[in-house]
Write a protein that binds this ligand. Sequence first.
Ligand SMILES: *[C@@H]1O[C@H](CO)[C@@H](O)[C@H](O)[C@H]1NC(C)=O
Ligand SMILES: *[C@@H]1O[C@H](CO)[C@@H](O)[C@H](O)[C@H]1NC(C)=O
Ligand SMILES: *[C@@H]1O[C@H](CO)[C@@H](O)[C@H](O)[C@H]1NC(C)=O
Ligand SMILES: *[C@@H]1O[C@H](CO)[C@@H](O)[C@H](O)[C@H]1NC(C)=O
Length: 361
Amino acid sequence: MEIDVERNNCWRRIPVGCAKKKTLFLLFVVTTLIYLVLNWEVTKSADFLERPHENHRIRLKPAASPSFDVLSLGPQDYKRLVDLNDFHFTLIEPEACKAPVFLLVLVPSAPNHLHKRLNIRTTWGHRRMEVKIVFVLGRVQDNNLQKDIENESEVYRDVIQGNFLDTYQNLTYKAMSAFKFVLYHCEKALYVLKMDDDCFVNMPLLLNFLKNDLSVYGTDNLFLCNDMTGSPVIRDVHSQWYVSEMDLSDEFYPSYCSGWYAILSPDVIFRLYESTQKLKYLSIDDALIYGIAAKKCNLTHTDFSRYTLAYRSLDLHFNGTYDSLPLLFGSPNMNPEQIKNCWLFFRSRPVAASLRGALGT
Ligand SMILES: *[C@@H]1O[C@H](CO)[C@@H](O)[C@H](O)[C@H]1NC(C)=O
Ligand SMILES: *[C@@H]1O[C@H](CO)[C@@H](O)[C@H](O)[C@H]1NC(C)=O
Ligand SMILES: *[C@@H]1O[C@H](CO)[C@@H](O)[C@H](O)[C@H]1NC(C)=O
Ligand SMILES: *[C@@H]1O[C@H](CO)[C@@H](O)[C@H](O)[C@H]1NC(C)=O
Protein backbone atom coordinates (compact mmCIF):
# COMPACT_ATOMS: atom_id res chain seq x y z
CA MET A 1 0.00 0.00 0.00
CA GLU A 2 2.73 2.37 0.97
CA ILE A 3 4.62 1.57 -2.19
CA ASP A 4 1.53 2.35 -4.23
CA VAL A 5 1.11 5.71 -2.64
CA GLU A 6 4.72 6.52 -3.22
CA ARG A 7 4.45 5.64 -6.88
CA ASN A 8 1.25 7.64 -7.28
CA ASN A 9 2.96 10.57 -5.73
CA CYS A 10 5.68 10.23 -8.21
CA TRP A 11 3.25 10.70 -11.05
CA ARG A 12 1.10 13.40 -9.45
CA ARG A 13 3.62 15.78 -8.11
CA ILE A 14 6.86 14.65 -9.68
CA PRO A 15 9.13 15.41 -6.76
CA VAL A 16 12.81 15.73 -7.54
CA GLY A 17 13.72 12.16 -6.50
CA CYS A 18 11.14 10.64 -8.78
CA ALA A 19 12.17 12.33 -12.03
CA LYS A 20 14.62 9.53 -12.78
CA LYS A 21 12.02 6.81 -12.19
CA LYS A 22 9.60 8.56 -14.48
CA THR A 23 12.18 8.93 -17.21
CA LEU A 24 13.03 5.23 -16.96
CA PHE A 25 9.38 4.30 -17.15
CA LEU A 26 8.76 6.49 -20.19
CA LEU A 27 11.85 5.03 -21.83
CA PHE A 28 10.45 1.57 -21.21
CA VAL A 29 7.10 2.48 -22.75
CA VAL A 30 8.71 4.06 -25.81
CA THR A 31 11.04 1.09 -26.32
CA THR A 32 8.14 -1.33 -26.06
CA LEU A 33 6.14 0.69 -28.59
CA ILE A 34 9.04 0.80 -31.04
CA TYR A 35 9.51 -2.94 -30.63
CA LEU A 36 5.83 -3.60 -31.31
CA VAL A 37 5.76 -1.36 -34.36
CA LEU A 38 8.88 -2.97 -35.82
CA ASN A 39 7.51 -6.44 -35.24
CA TRP A 40 4.27 -5.48 -36.86
CA GLU A 41 6.23 -4.34 -39.94
CA VAL A 42 8.06 -7.67 -40.07
CA THR A 43 4.86 -9.68 -39.83
CA LYS A 44 3.26 -7.64 -42.57
CA SER A 45 6.29 -8.06 -44.84
CA ALA A 46 6.47 -11.78 -44.27
CA ASP A 47 2.77 -12.08 -45.09
CA PHE A 48 3.30 -10.40 -48.39
CA LEU A 49 5.80 -12.79 -49.84
CA GLU A 50 4.82 -16.08 -51.32
CA ARG A 51 5.70 -19.53 -50.03
CA PRO A 52 9.20 -20.16 -51.39
CA HIS A 53 10.49 -17.08 -49.64
CA GLU A 54 9.19 -17.54 -46.18
CA ASN A 55 12.80 -17.94 -45.17
CA HIS A 56 13.74 -14.36 -46.01
CA ARG A 57 15.59 -12.73 -43.23
CA ILE A 58 14.16 -9.21 -43.19
CA ARG A 59 16.94 -7.10 -41.71
CA LEU A 60 16.10 -4.63 -38.96
CA LYS A 61 19.61 -3.26 -38.88
CA PRO A 62 22.56 -3.21 -41.27
CA ALA A 63 24.37 -6.52 -41.71
CA ALA A 64 27.87 -6.34 -40.23
CA SER A 65 29.42 -7.82 -43.37
CA PRO A 66 28.35 -9.73 -46.47
CA SER A 67 26.91 -13.15 -45.61
CA PHE A 68 29.28 -14.88 -48.04
CA ASP A 69 33.03 -15.16 -48.26
CA VAL A 70 34.41 -14.70 -51.74
CA LEU A 71 37.85 -15.89 -50.53
CA SER A 72 36.33 -19.33 -49.98
CA LEU A 73 36.22 -19.63 -53.78
CA GLY A 74 40.03 -19.85 -53.88
CA PRO A 75 42.77 -17.61 -55.31
CA GLN A 76 42.21 -18.83 -58.91
CA ASP A 77 38.52 -17.96 -58.96
CA TYR A 78 38.86 -14.34 -60.07
CA LYS A 79 40.56 -15.37 -63.34
CA ARG A 80 38.18 -18.24 -63.95
CA LEU A 81 34.89 -17.79 -65.80
CA VAL A 82 33.13 -21.15 -66.13
CA ASP A 83 35.52 -22.84 -68.62
CA LEU A 84 37.76 -19.83 -69.37
CA ASN A 85 40.97 -19.57 -67.34
CA ASP A 86 42.29 -16.19 -68.39
CA PHE A 87 39.39 -13.89 -67.58
CA HIS A 88 39.93 -10.25 -66.68
CA PHE A 89 37.99 -7.03 -66.96
CA THR A 90 39.30 -4.81 -69.76
CA LEU A 91 37.19 -1.95 -68.39
CA ILE A 92 36.29 -1.76 -64.72
CA GLU A 93 34.87 0.83 -62.35
CA PRO A 94 36.68 0.09 -59.08
CA GLU A 95 35.05 3.15 -57.47
CA ALA A 96 31.52 2.29 -58.65
CA CYS A 97 30.48 1.05 -55.23
CA LYS A 98 32.62 3.27 -53.03
CA ALA A 99 29.52 5.13 -51.82
CA PRO A 100 26.87 2.85 -50.25
CA VAL A 101 24.71 1.22 -52.90
CA PHE A 102 21.14 0.35 -51.99
CA LEU A 103 20.31 -1.13 -55.40
CA LEU A 104 22.87 -2.23 -57.97
CA VAL A 105 21.43 -2.60 -61.47
CA LEU A 106 23.43 -4.84 -63.81
CA VAL A 107 22.53 -4.32 -67.45
CA PRO A 108 24.10 -6.76 -69.93
CA SER A 109 24.29 -4.75 -73.12
CA ALA A 110 25.54 -5.32 -76.66
CA PRO A 111 28.60 -3.15 -77.44
CA ASN A 112 26.86 -1.28 -80.27
CA HIS A 113 23.79 -0.46 -78.17
CA LEU A 114 25.06 2.98 -77.17
CA HIS A 115 21.65 4.50 -78.07
CA LYS A 116 19.86 2.07 -75.73
CA ARG A 117 22.27 2.85 -72.90
CA LEU A 118 21.81 6.59 -73.46
CA ASN A 119 18.05 6.13 -73.37
CA ILE A 120 18.26 4.25 -70.07
CA ARG A 121 20.54 6.91 -68.56
CA THR A 122 18.07 9.64 -69.45
CA THR A 123 14.87 7.77 -68.50
CA TRP A 124 14.41 5.16 -65.74
CA GLY A 125 18.13 4.89 -65.07
CA HIS A 126 18.78 8.56 -64.37
CA ARG A 127 21.20 9.30 -61.56
CA ARG A 128 20.00 8.57 -58.03
CA MET A 129 22.03 8.58 -54.82
CA GLU A 130 21.08 5.08 -53.76
CA VAL A 131 21.10 3.33 -57.13
CA LYS A 132 24.14 2.39 -59.21
CA ILE A 133 23.70 1.20 -62.78
CA VAL A 134 26.48 -0.76 -64.46
CA PHE A 135 26.40 -1.81 -68.12
CA VAL A 136 28.14 -5.11 -68.78
CA LEU A 137 29.88 -5.68 -72.14
CA GLY A 138 32.24 -8.17 -73.74
CA ARG A 139 35.24 -7.71 -76.03
CA VAL A 140 34.80 -6.32 -79.54
CA GLN A 141 37.06 -6.77 -82.56
CA ASP A 142 36.29 -3.40 -84.14
CA ASN A 143 38.85 -0.88 -82.88
CA ASN A 144 36.66 2.14 -83.58
CA LEU A 145 33.81 0.63 -81.61
CA GLN A 146 36.23 -0.10 -78.76
CA LYS A 147 37.34 3.57 -78.79
CA ASP A 148 33.71 4.68 -78.60
CA ILE A 149 33.10 2.35 -75.66
CA GLU A 150 36.15 3.65 -73.85
CA ASN A 151 34.97 7.20 -74.41
CA GLU A 152 31.50 6.32 -73.16
CA SER A 153 33.04 4.72 -70.11
CA GLU A 154 35.08 7.84 -69.37
CA VAL A 155 32.07 10.10 -69.75
CA TYR A 156 29.54 8.09 -67.72
CA ARG A 157 31.71 5.85 -65.50
CA ASP A 158 29.16 3.07 -65.66
CA VAL A 159 30.58 0.58 -68.16
CA ILE A 160 32.47 -2.62 -67.42
CA GLN A 161 33.85 -4.94 -70.05
CA GLY A 162 35.14 -8.51 -69.86
CA ASN A 163 37.77 -10.00 -72.18
CA PHE A 164 35.47 -12.69 -73.67
CA LEU A 165 34.25 -12.06 -77.21
CA ASP A 166 30.83 -10.38 -77.11
CA THR A 167 28.58 -12.77 -79.05
CA TYR A 168 25.17 -14.31 -78.50
CA GLN A 169 26.71 -17.70 -77.64
CA ASN A 170 28.82 -16.00 -74.98
CA LEU A 171 25.94 -14.48 -73.01
CA THR A 172 26.58 -16.82 -70.10
CA TYR A 173 30.08 -15.35 -69.76
CA LYS A 174 28.50 -11.91 -69.69
CA ALA A 175 26.04 -12.82 -66.95
CA MET A 176 28.76 -14.50 -64.91
CA SER A 177 31.15 -11.53 -65.32
CA ALA A 178 28.35 -9.31 -64.00
CA PHE A 179 27.99 -11.57 -60.96
CA LYS A 180 31.78 -11.59 -60.54
CA PHE A 181 31.67 -7.80 -60.44
CA VAL A 182 29.11 -7.90 -57.62
CA LEU A 183 31.06 -10.42 -55.55
CA TYR A 184 34.51 -8.88 -55.96
CA HIS A 185 33.77 -5.18 -56.47
CA CYS A 186 30.33 -4.39 -55.06
CA GLU A 187 29.75 -6.95 -52.34
CA LYS A 188 28.03 -4.48 -50.02
CA ALA A 189 25.17 -3.63 -52.38
CA LEU A 190 21.96 -4.46 -50.54
CA TYR A 191 19.87 -5.51 -53.55
CA VAL A 192 20.74 -6.40 -57.13
CA LEU A 193 18.57 -6.12 -60.22
CA LYS A 194 19.82 -7.81 -63.38
CA MET A 195 17.99 -6.32 -66.32
CA ASP A 196 18.26 -6.39 -70.13
CA ASP A 197 18.91 -3.14 -71.99
CA ASP A 198 15.56 -3.20 -73.84
CA CYS A 199 13.19 -3.07 -70.89
CA PHE A 200 11.51 -0.54 -68.64
CA VAL A 201 11.92 -0.36 -64.86
CA ASN A 202 9.39 1.49 -62.70
CA MET A 203 12.22 2.59 -60.41
CA PRO A 204 10.24 4.61 -57.82
CA LEU A 205 7.82 1.72 -57.24
CA LEU A 206 10.66 -0.81 -57.18
CA LEU A 207 12.50 1.24 -54.54
CA ASN A 208 9.32 1.53 -52.47
CA PHE A 209 8.77 -2.22 -52.72
CA LEU A 210 12.33 -3.00 -51.59
CA LYS A 211 12.25 -0.48 -48.75
CA ASN A 212 8.70 -0.81 -47.50
CA ASP A 213 7.73 -4.40 -48.27
CA LEU A 214 11.20 -5.80 -47.68
CA SER A 215 13.77 -3.84 -45.71
CA VAL A 216 15.93 -0.72 -45.98
CA TYR A 217 18.78 -2.84 -44.60
CA GLY A 218 18.57 -5.59 -47.21
CA THR A 219 17.53 -9.19 -46.87
CA ASP A 220 18.78 -12.55 -47.99
CA ASN A 221 17.52 -15.47 -50.04
CA LEU A 222 15.79 -13.03 -52.40
CA PHE A 223 15.18 -14.46 -55.88
CA LEU A 224 12.27 -12.88 -57.80
CA CYS A 225 11.66 -13.18 -61.54
CA ASN A 226 9.26 -14.35 -64.23
CA ASP A 227 9.00 -18.11 -63.90
CA MET A 228 9.71 -20.45 -66.81
CA THR A 229 8.55 -23.98 -66.07
CA GLY A 230 8.36 -26.92 -68.43
CA SER A 231 10.57 -25.45 -71.20
CA PRO A 232 11.90 -28.13 -73.52
CA VAL A 233 15.56 -28.12 -74.55
CA ILE A 234 15.56 -26.95 -78.19
CA ARG A 235 17.09 -29.49 -80.63
CA ASP A 236 16.44 -27.50 -83.83
CA VAL A 237 19.94 -26.59 -85.07
CA HIS A 238 18.59 -23.41 -86.69
CA SER A 239 17.25 -22.01 -83.42
CA GLN A 240 19.24 -19.45 -81.45
CA TRP A 241 18.44 -21.60 -78.40
CA TYR A 242 19.74 -24.84 -79.92
CA VAL A 243 21.52 -27.16 -77.50
CA SER A 244 23.04 -30.47 -78.60
CA GLU A 245 22.32 -33.78 -76.85
CA MET A 246 26.00 -33.88 -76.02
CA ASP A 247 25.88 -30.58 -74.13
CA LEU A 248 22.68 -31.46 -72.29
CA SER A 249 20.85 -34.78 -72.55
CA ASP A 250 17.74 -33.72 -70.56
CA GLU A 251 14.53 -33.24 -72.48
CA PHE A 252 13.36 -30.33 -70.30
CA TYR A 253 15.06 -27.61 -68.32
CA PRO A 254 14.39 -27.42 -64.62
CA SER A 255 12.18 -24.46 -63.63
CA TYR A 256 14.15 -21.30 -64.27
CA CYS A 257 13.78 -17.54 -64.58
CA SER A 258 13.18 -15.80 -67.85
CA GLY A 259 16.47 -13.97 -68.40
CA TRP A 260 15.26 -10.41 -68.95
CA TYR A 261 15.12 -9.44 -65.28
CA ALA A 262 15.72 -10.87 -61.81
CA ILE A 263 15.79 -9.25 -58.37
CA LEU A 264 18.44 -10.92 -56.25
CA SER A 265 20.10 -10.52 -52.90
CA PRO A 266 23.94 -10.75 -53.02
CA ASP A 267 24.01 -14.08 -51.14
CA VAL A 268 21.85 -15.60 -53.88
CA ILE A 269 24.25 -14.23 -56.49
CA PHE A 270 27.11 -15.87 -54.59
CA ARG A 271 25.37 -19.25 -54.58
CA LEU A 272 24.34 -19.07 -58.24
CA TYR A 273 27.85 -17.99 -59.24
CA GLU A 274 29.60 -20.66 -57.17
CA SER A 275 27.30 -23.32 -58.56
CA THR A 276 27.63 -22.19 -62.20
CA GLN A 277 31.45 -22.04 -61.99
CA LYS A 278 31.41 -25.83 -61.54
CA LEU A 279 29.12 -26.58 -64.50
CA LYS A 280 29.75 -27.30 -68.14
CA TYR A 281 29.30 -24.14 -70.25
CA LEU A 282 25.92 -23.68 -71.89
CA SER A 283 25.07 -20.58 -73.96
CA ILE A 284 21.44 -20.41 -72.69
CA ASP A 285 22.41 -18.23 -69.73
CA ASP A 286 19.05 -18.00 -67.97
CA ALA A 287 18.36 -21.75 -68.14
CA LEU A 288 21.90 -22.59 -66.98
CA ILE A 289 22.28 -20.07 -64.15
CA TYR A 290 18.72 -19.58 -62.88
CA GLY A 291 17.71 -23.20 -63.61
CA ILE A 292 20.40 -25.88 -63.65
CA ALA A 293 22.82 -24.12 -61.28
CA ALA A 294 20.03 -22.94 -58.96
CA LYS A 295 18.71 -26.49 -58.66
CA LYS A 296 22.21 -27.76 -57.81
CA CYS A 297 22.42 -25.37 -54.87
CA ASN A 298 18.80 -25.79 -53.80
CA LEU A 299 17.68 -22.26 -54.65
CA THR A 300 14.08 -21.62 -55.64
CA HIS A 301 12.67 -18.46 -57.17
CA THR A 302 9.37 -16.68 -56.63
CA ASP A 303 7.33 -15.78 -59.71
CA PHE A 304 6.74 -12.05 -60.04
CA SER A 305 5.20 -12.03 -63.52
CA ARG A 306 2.03 -10.36 -62.30
CA TYR A 307 4.07 -7.19 -61.72
CA THR A 308 5.33 -7.10 -65.31
CA LEU A 309 3.79 -5.78 -68.48
CA ALA A 310 3.12 -8.28 -71.25
CA TYR A 311 4.59 -7.24 -74.56
CA ARG A 312 1.28 -7.35 -76.44
CA SER A 313 -0.14 -4.64 -74.16
CA LEU A 314 2.51 -2.16 -75.21
CA ASP A 315 0.49 -0.68 -78.03
CA LEU A 316 -2.11 0.43 -75.54
CA HIS A 317 -2.54 4.12 -75.17
CA PHE A 318 -1.83 4.75 -71.55
CA ASN A 319 -4.89 5.92 -69.70
CA GLY A 320 -6.46 5.77 -66.26
CA THR A 321 -6.55 1.95 -66.46
CA TYR A 322 -2.82 1.97 -65.78
CA ASP A 323 -3.13 4.02 -62.60
CA SER A 324 -3.96 0.99 -60.52
CA LEU A 325 -1.42 -1.21 -62.27
CA PRO A 326 1.36 -2.17 -59.85
CA LEU A 327 3.83 -2.46 -62.69
CA LEU A 328 7.50 -2.97 -61.84
CA PHE A 329 8.91 -3.97 -65.22
CA GLY A 330 8.11 -3.52 -68.89
CA SER A 331 8.67 -6.41 -71.20
CA PRO A 332 11.70 -7.51 -73.19
CA ASN A 333 12.14 -6.16 -76.73
CA MET A 334 10.90 -2.64 -76.07
CA ASN A 335 12.41 0.01 -78.30
CA PRO A 336 13.84 3.22 -76.78
CA GLU A 337 10.71 5.15 -77.76
CA GLN A 338 8.42 2.71 -75.93
CA ILE A 339 10.69 2.74 -72.89
CA LYS A 340 10.61 6.53 -72.86
CA ASN A 341 6.81 6.65 -73.19
CA CYS A 342 6.38 4.15 -70.39
CA TRP A 343 8.73 6.19 -68.20
CA LEU A 344 6.96 9.48 -69.01
CA PHE A 345 3.61 7.94 -68.20
CA PHE A 346 4.57 6.45 -64.84
CA ARG A 347 6.53 9.56 -63.92
CA SER A 348 3.34 11.60 -64.21
CA ARG A 349 1.38 9.31 -61.89
CA PRO A 350 1.41 8.90 -58.11
CA VAL A 351 3.67 6.11 -56.85
CA ALA A 352 2.28 3.44 -54.53
CA ALA A 353 4.21 3.14 -51.27
CA SER A 354 4.03 -0.62 -51.35
CA LEU A 355 3.01 -3.64 -53.41
CA ARG A 356 1.18 -5.02 -50.41
CA GLY A 357 -2.47 -5.44 -51.24
CA ALA A 358 -1.78 -4.83 -54.92
CA LEU A 359 -4.00 -6.78 -57.32
CA GLY A 360 -6.39 -7.48 -54.49
CA THR A 361 -4.14 -10.09 -52.85
C1 LIG B 1 32.32 10.66 -76.24
O1 LIG B 1 31.04 10.34 -75.76
C2 LIG B 1 30.18 11.45 -75.63
C3 LIG B 1 28.91 10.96 -74.99
O2 LIG B 1 28.43 9.81 -75.62
C4 LIG B 1 29.94 12.06 -76.98
O3 LIG B 1 29.09 13.20 -76.85
C5 LIG B 1 31.27 12.46 -77.59
O4 LIG B 1 31.04 12.91 -78.91
C6 LIG B 1 32.21 11.28 -77.63
N1 LIG B 1 33.53 11.70 -78.06
C7 LIG B 1 34.22 11.02 -78.95
C8 LIG B 1 35.57 11.54 -79.26
O5 LIG B 1 33.79 9.99 -79.48
C1 LIG C 1 33.35 -16.80 -76.67
O1 LIG C 1 34.42 -16.15 -76.04
C2 LIG C 1 35.63 -16.86 -76.14
C3 LIG C 1 36.64 -16.12 -75.29
O2 LIG C 1 36.82 -14.82 -75.77
C4 LIG C 1 36.05 -16.97 -77.60
O3 LIG C 1 37.26 -17.70 -77.71
C5 LIG C 1 34.96 -17.67 -78.37
O4 LIG C 1 35.25 -17.65 -79.76
C6 LIG C 1 33.62 -17.01 -78.14
N1 LIG C 1 32.60 -17.88 -78.67
C7 LIG C 1 31.77 -17.48 -79.60
C8 LIG C 1 30.83 -18.53 -80.11
O5 LIG C 1 31.72 -16.35 -80.00
C1 LIG D 1 20.37 -29.80 -51.61
O1 LIG D 1 19.37 -30.57 -50.99
C2 LIG D 1 19.63 -31.98 -51.05
C3 LIG D 1 18.42 -32.70 -50.49
O2 LIG D 1 17.90 -32.03 -49.39
C4 LIG D 1 20.90 -32.28 -50.29
O3 LIG D 1 21.21 -33.64 -50.36
C5 LIG D 1 22.06 -31.48 -50.90
O4 LIG D 1 23.23 -31.67 -50.16
C6 LIG D 1 21.73 -30.01 -50.97
N1 LIG D 1 22.76 -29.33 -51.74
C7 LIG D 1 23.31 -28.20 -51.36
C8 LIG D 1 24.36 -27.64 -52.24
O5 LIG D 1 22.97 -27.61 -50.34
C1 LIG E 1 -7.86 2.41 -71.44
O1 LIG E 1 -7.15 1.50 -72.28
C2 LIG E 1 -7.58 0.17 -72.22
C3 LIG E 1 -6.67 -0.65 -73.10
O2 LIG E 1 -6.61 -0.09 -74.37
C4 LIG E 1 -9.03 0.06 -72.63
O3 LIG E 1 -9.47 -1.28 -72.51
C5 LIG E 1 -9.89 0.96 -71.76
O4 LIG E 1 -11.21 0.94 -72.21
C6 LIG E 1 -9.34 2.37 -71.77
N1 LIG E 1 -10.07 3.16 -70.81
C7 LIG E 1 -10.50 4.36 -71.06
C8 LIG E 1 -11.24 5.06 -69.94
O5 LIG E 1 -10.33 4.91 -72.13
